[in-house]
Design a protein around this ligand. Structure first.
Ligand code: ADP
Ligand code: MG
Length: 259
């Protein structure tokens, strides 16, 4: 099924939407990212996989400037966003982000949660923001819950709300950080189904432990370990026929449920 969420991003472009070159990041001497390179084309879906602590979240946080990078550059549609002169808030508004924990505002209604950033950051008038918010909630079947508080929704409904909140402002890139890891297993599918629909029109970088899902929707899979991209390529190649021993070992342990 193709759902037209109509967020720019999938239009033909010759240059990548996002480009990362030789990115380094340490925390008090502990090198977490040791020269990461990455390119994401419009409509591309890059999946970051690797053991816990390998730096997936740190990389995502560097991309939208939640972490200051130590070295290297990140370009968003050709603009060097690691240039200290850029307005970080304005750059962040060009990304949509969804975390493992839904991070919805508990004291706000579902509709307010979806519209707040549109209104406060993008200065979209309330009526227009609410119309767009209701349309998005309608597409995920939650329009009738718009005036409730998030704690009345199931975990899957809350995470789907967090996803439509992230795309409501029509971001250029969507960053997803293990967005199903905190969900009860029976709620995972409804969230993945929504991401699968979005992936057809949206440029996405996602950290995930859902390897079958990554294999289905990713355009490229990166296996990170020890601060490096150990292996990268088409999902089928990396996930079913890895060339690096460390990738094979990770996949073997992962499948045994040891990770
Ligand atoms: P992953 O998302 O792949 O599990 P993270 O990016 O969360 O990995 O963490 C990578 C490493 O960086 C870990 O060793 C973690 O403890 C460390 N780290 C992450 N954020 C911070 C921080 N703010 N301060 C210190 N260490 C951090
Ligand atoms: Mg993480």
């Amino acid at each position: 099924m193709t759902v037209d969420y109509a967020f720019g991003g999938a239009q033909a472009e010759s240059s990548p939407v996002l480009r990362v070159a030789d990115l380094w990041k340490s925390f008090s001497g502990n090198v977490v990212l040791a020269g990461i390179d990455l390119e994401v084309n419009a409509g591309g879906v890059v999946a970051l996989i690797g053991p816990s602590g390998c730096g997936k979240s740190t990389l995502l946080r560097c991309l939208n400037l939640l972490e200051r990078v130590d070295d290297g550059q990140i370009w968003l549609r050709g603009q060097d966003i690691t240039d200290p002169r850029v307005n970080a808030d304005r750059v962040r508004a060009r990304f949509g982000v969804v975390f493992q924990q839904f991070n919805l505002f508990p004291h706000r209604t579902v509709l307010d949660n979806v519209t707040l950033a549109m209104r406060k950051v993008q200065k979209i008038p309330r009526a227009e923001a609410e119309q767009r918010g209701l349309e998005l909630l309608d597409r995920i079947g939650l329009a009738d819950r718009a005036q409730e508080h998030p704690d009345r929704l199931s975990g899957g409904q809350q995470q789907r709300t967090a996803i439509v909140r992230a795309i409501a402002g029509r971001p250029e890139v969507l960053l997803l950080d293990e967005i199903t890891s905190a969900l009860d297993p029976e709620l995972v599918d409804e969230v993945l189904t929504l991401v699968r629909e979005l992936a057809e029109t949206t440029t996405i970088v996602m950290a995930t432990h859902e390897l079958a899902f990554a294999r289905d929707i990713a355009t490229e899979v990166l296996f990170l370990d020890g601060g490096h991209v150990v292996e990268r390529g088409a999902p089928d190649a990396v996930l079913t026929d890895p060339q690096q021993a460390r990738t094979s070992e990770f996949l073997r342990r992962f499948r045994r449920g040891a990770l």
